[in-house]
Design a protein around this ligand. Structure first.
Ligand code: PGA
Length: 295
C-alpha cells in the first residue's frame, strides 16, 4: 500500500461531509482534483471507498475503516504537534536551580546529560548548604532544589531519586584504616573534621551518633567537602562525607573508607520544590528527567 498524506487529507474531508463538491471547497481545490486523489487512493488500497446512490455519496465498508484510521492518525498528529511545541518551550527555557554542596558532585553531570537531551536550555546553578537551600525555597527564589530530605513541617514537595550513603574516611596510613568490622565505640577515641552547622551531612551525622549514644570529639569545622577530604588526607582526623564526593580520592588511594558495622549512614537525595508551585516547562522537564533517568 502506497498511500500519501495528501490522499488521506482529501479522503477525510470528503468522508466528513460525504460530498466531493463541499470537500473541494473546504480544501480550496477543484472538484476534479479531489476526485483524482480519491481515485488514486482507491487504486492504492485496491477497494472502492465511496459508492454513489442517486446523487448522494456513501462510505463503503472499506471507506468506513479508512475513515476510522484517518481520525486516529489526525489525533496522533495533533498530539505530536503539542509534544514538539512542548520541547520547543523547554529548549527556550532557563533553569534556575540550587543543589546541596554534596550533591554538586553529580549535579553537573546531570545538567550536562539534560542539556544534551534538550539542546538550547540554559542554566543557573547555585551550590550551597542545606540551611541556605531551605531559605531559598521559602523565599521562592529557585525553581527546584536538590538536597537531603527536607523537614516535614515545611510546605515542600520532595521526591526521592537516589541513595546518599555517608561513610567515615581516613588517611591510608591511619591506624584504623586496615581494621575490619570496627565497633562504633572505637570512633570515640578519634578526632573528627566536620562540616559547618547548617550542612545536611553534619546534621545527619550528629543525629546518628546521638541515636547510638556515642560521643564524638569534633575538632576542626570546614565549610566544604573538599576541605574535609584534604584535612583527612593530611591526617588531621577522620571525616564523614557522602560516598558521592570520593570517586577520585578512592581511585587514587589517597583516602580509605573505614569498615564500621553500622555504616554507611543511609541518606537519600530529593528533588524539592515549594508545594503547589507551577513549574516552567524546562523546570518540569528537568524534574522528570532527574526522577526517571537517574539510577
Ligand atoms: P550538605 O548535604 O551536607 O552538603 O548540606 C546535603 C544533605 O546531605 O542533606
Amino acid at each position: 500500500m502506497n498511500i500519501t498524506f495528501r490522499q488521506l487529507t482529501v479522503f477525510e474531508a470528503v468522508a466528513n461531509c460525504l460530498s466531493f463538491t463541499q470537500a473541494a471547497q473546504t480544501l480550496h481545490l477543484s472538484q476534479p482534483a479531489v476526485s483524482m486523489q480519491i481515485k488514486q487512493l482507491e487504486e492504492n488500497v485496491g477497494l472502492p471507498l465511496f459508492e454513489k446512490l442517486g446523487r448522494q455519496s456513501y462510505l463503503t465498508e472499506a471507506g468506513r475503516e479508512m475513515h476510522h484510521y484517518c481520525r486516529s492518525i489526525a489525533g496522533q498528529l495533533d498530539e505530536l504537534e503539542e509534544v514538539l511545541e512542548h520541547i520547543k518551550g523547554i529548549q527556550r527555557g532557563r533553569l534556575d536551580i540550587s543543589v546541596a554542596s554534596t550533591a554538586n558532585y553529580f549535579a553537573t553531570r546531570l545538567l550536562a546529560a539534560f542539556s544534551r537531551k534538550y539542546e538550547g536550555t540554559t542554566f543557573s546553578l547555585d551550590v550551597t548548604n542545606r540551611e541556605t537551600l531551605l531559605r531559598q525555597l521559602e523565599l521562592n527564589e529557585k525553581d527546584l532544589v536538590i538536597m537531603g530530605k527536607p523537614p516535614e513541617e515545611r510546605d515542600l514537595e520532595a521526591t526521592v531519586f537516589m541513595d546518599n550513603p555517608l561513610v567515615v574516611i581516613a588517611a591510608p596510613g591511619h591506624p584504623l584504616a586496615k581494621e575490619k568490622n570496627l565497633k562504633l565505640e572505637a570512633l570515640q577515641e578519634e578526632t573528627f573534621v566536620v562540616r559547618e552547622s547548617g550542612s545536611g551531612t553534619r546534621i545527619a551525622m550528629q543525629r546518628f551518633f546521638a541515636e547510638h549514644d556515642v560521643q564524638l570529639s569534633t575538632g576542626m569545622e570546614m565549610t566544604s567537602n573538599e576541605a574535609i577530604k584534604q584535612a583527612v588526607e593530611a591526617d588531621l582526623g577522620l571525616g564523614i562525607v557522602s560516598i558521592h564526593t570520593l570517586e577520585l580520592e578512592l581511585e587514587a588511594g589517597r583516602l580509605v573508607v573505614l569498615d564500621i558495622k553500622e555504616f554507611p549512614i543511609l541518606r537519600h537525595w530529593y528533588v524539592v520544590q515549594r508545594q503547589g508551585k507551577r513549574l516552567s516547562p524546562v523546570a518540569q522537564a528537568f524534574k522528570d528527567f532527574v526522577i526517571n533517568e537517574v539510577i
